[in-house]
Design a protein. Structure first.
Length: 144
């Protein structure tokens, strides 16, 4: 038998159960994420511990990135009696509006240690470039 020492954690768990916070396909739970720029690549990392890679679905439609994942209960033998179940199960989803400056045709996805990492390159058209100007037959370059 497991002994609980944190009454607030138990209260949080009960509140989540009462409010029905287990995600479903029609009403998924949110998943935590980090987003940052690393050189010429935009990186988004989603926490999905305990989710198998075949239960993750990534879609891009126009500039809307949608990540959905389902964490299924582990199969247990008939003689197993659950003592405590705090890990959230169900469907998780997150939608992110991507800027026009990102190249959505070349998104790379990797899944390791419960973290889904998407790497989205900055589009060539969004990178700084030099522009040539011709004035009176003389060409000059400006830009940054």
């Amino acid at each position: 038998m497991l002994m609980r020492t944190d009454p607030f954690r138990e209260l949080d768990r009960l509140t989540q159960q009462l409010l029905g916070s287990t995600g479903t396909w029609s009403s998924p739970s949110a998943m935590p994420m980090d987003a940052y720029r690393e050189g010429d690549v935009y990186v988004i990392a989603f926490d999905l511990p305990g989710v198998s890679s075949d239960a993750i679905d990534i879609d891009v439609e126009r500039n809307m990135l949608t990540v959905k994942a389902e964490r299924r209960p582990a199969t247990k033998a008939d003689d197993v009696q659950m003592e405590l179940s705090e890990r959230p199960l169900g469907v998780f989803s997150r939608q992110v509006m991507l800027a026009d400056t990102l190249d959505t045709e070349h998104i790379e996805a990797a899944y390791d240690a419960g973290v889904l990492t998407l790497r989205i390159p900055i589009a060539e058209r969004a990178k700084p470039r030099k522009i040539s100007i011709s004035a009176g037959g003389e060409k000059k370059q400006i830009g940054g």
